[in-house]
Design a protein around this ligand. Structure first.
Ligand code: SAM
Ligand code: GLN
Length: 276
């Protein structure tokens, strides 16, 4: 079978998924270990190890996320390593990174904490763009392994300290900014089988979904940070607005590219400017 025929067949098998065509092409790139351009120039060639390629397609059909099969995910125009058992980076999280890069301009060397670092994408992108020191926590051993691997891959391991703890429980330092993309999905929300193959502890935030976010607001207030920036669920703006106000924050909410409420940057009104 020619490569182009295999792609047509794979695309039709993957109609079950909205990104099926993209997955078929990406798995072909992964299978042949070629670039997009090379693939395009070789479409008429015979496909080597056809059964190997269709075995990859089967793994995806069984619910394995594309990024777990390839071990890679692109985020902020970079290729991060992603281990099975760690949340796959989402494009909307790039907005959260940009928000924090913007407000970091107020500081010379902002001290930043990230709660729930996962594959480390947020902390690595901040470290690549800022003169900063970051403490990044997670409760998951495999996530911390993945994050350290990415910090090494992008040469920023000396700027990020990884700590295995809940929230910032065993971290004594003070910070200018706390950033987090915590689990925020309600426990009974129905997710597709690909997402359900990602770790539940990275996705579900409690009965309502916003419980961990609210804990983070309280902790940020106790820590006396100047800013808190978080991603959140599309239906959590009202609840988070009330919670942030209660703890003395003034919040600006932002939407994702689909127009859904997706997060906030909150300024601590009880904290005057100055070094932490
Ligand atoms: N920051 C990564 C990203 O944006 O792709 C991962 C975000 S994922 C939605 C949430 C992460 O928080 C998971 O890695 C999970 O293990 C971690 N986590 C869940 N509860 C936590 C807690 N109480 N303290 C610290 N990390 C937690
Ligand atoms: N936005 C992700 C999803 O829809 C969830 C990430 C999270 O809970 N922080 O699958």
């Amino acid at each position: 079978m020619r490569i182009e025929e295999a792609l047509v067949k794979a695309r039709s098998e993957l109609k079950i998924h909205e990104s099926g065509a993209n997955v078929a092409r990406n798995l072909m790139l992964f299978h042949l270990k070629v670039s997009q351009n090379e693939l395009f120039l070789n479409l008429k060639n015979e496909l080597q190890d056809e059964s190997g390629y269709f075995a990859l397609i089967e793994r995806f059909k069984d619910g394995k996320p594309l990024e777990y099969i390839t071990g890679l995910a692109s985020f902020y125009s970079l290729e991060f390593d992603v281990l099975s058992g760690v949340l796959v980076p989402r494009p909307e999280t790039e907005i959260l990174v940009e928000k924090v890069l913007e407000l970091s301009k107020e500081f010379d060397n902002p001290k930043i904490a990230e709660i729930g670092t996962g594959s480390g994408i947020i902390s690595v992108c901040l470290a690549l763009n800022l003169d900063t020191s970051i403490v990044a926590t997670d409760i998951s051993e495999i996530a911390l392994k993945n994050a350290k691997q990415n910090a090494l891959k992008f040469n920023v391991a000396d700027k990020i300290k990884f700590v295995k703890t809940e929230f910032l429980n065993t971290v004594d330092e003070k910070f200018d900014i706390i950033i987090s993309n915590p689990p925020y999905i309600a426990n009974d929300y129905k997710l597709d089988k690909w997402v359900l193959n990602e770790p539940k502890t990275a996705l579900f935030g409690g009965e309502k979904g916003d419980e961990i976010l609210k804990d983070i607001v309280r902790i940020a207030s106790q820590k006396g940070v100047r800013y808190l920036a978080c991603e959140m669920g599309y239906d959590q703006k009202k609840a988070m607005g009330e919670c942030l106000k209660f703890y003395g924050f003034s919040a600006e909410f932002y939407t994702d590219l689909a127009g859904f409420d997706r997060g906030f940057v909150a300024k601590n009104l009880n904290k005057t400017k100055g070094k932490v």
